[in-house]
Ligand binder design. Structure first.
Ligand code: SF4
Length: 100
C-alpha cells in the first residue's frame, strides 16, 4: 500500500479526502473503460501539485513497473506512453491500493 501522508506536496492535493475510487475506478473484463477517468482528470486539472504528483507516479512506476489509476491528471496509458514512447515496453498491471 502506498502511503501518501509522508509526502509534503500531498498536503496541497486537490484530491485529499476524496473517494479513492474516483482515481482508481474498478474495471471489469469485457466492459468499456471509456470515460472512467474523466472525473479524476477534471479534479487533477485544477490541482496545484499535479506536476509533483505525476513526477512521483512516474518515479514509483519506474521502480515498481506498475501502472494503475490517475496521477497528475494522466491515465496509465498516458504515463506509459511518456515513459516508453509507445513502444509497448510497459506493463499495465494493478498497483497497491492508495491511502488518501
Ligand atoms: S494531480 Fe490529481 S491525483 Fe495528483 S494530487 Fe492532484 S488531484 Fe490528486
Amino acid at each position: 500500500m502506498i502511503d501518501l501522508k509522508h509526502l509534503d506536496w500531498y498536503d496541497d492535493a486537490r484530491c485529499r479526502g476524496m473517494k479513492t475510487s474516483i482515481f482508481f475506478p474498478e474495471t471489469s473484463v469485457g466492459v468499456s473503460t471509456a470515460g472512467i477517468y474523466d472525473e479524476a482528470i477534471k479534479v487533477c486539472k485544477l490541482c496545484p501539485v499535479a506536476d509533483k504528483c505525476l513526477a512521483y507516479a512516474m518515479e514509483c512506476e519506474t521502480n515498481d513497473v506498475r501502472r494503475y489509476g490517475v496521477w497528475g491528471g494522466k491515465t496509465p496509458r498516458e504515463r506509459e506512453y511518456r515513459k516508453y514512447g509507445g513502444t509497448g515496453g510497459g506493463k499495465l498491471i494493478g498497483l497497491a491500493p492508495l491511502q488518501r
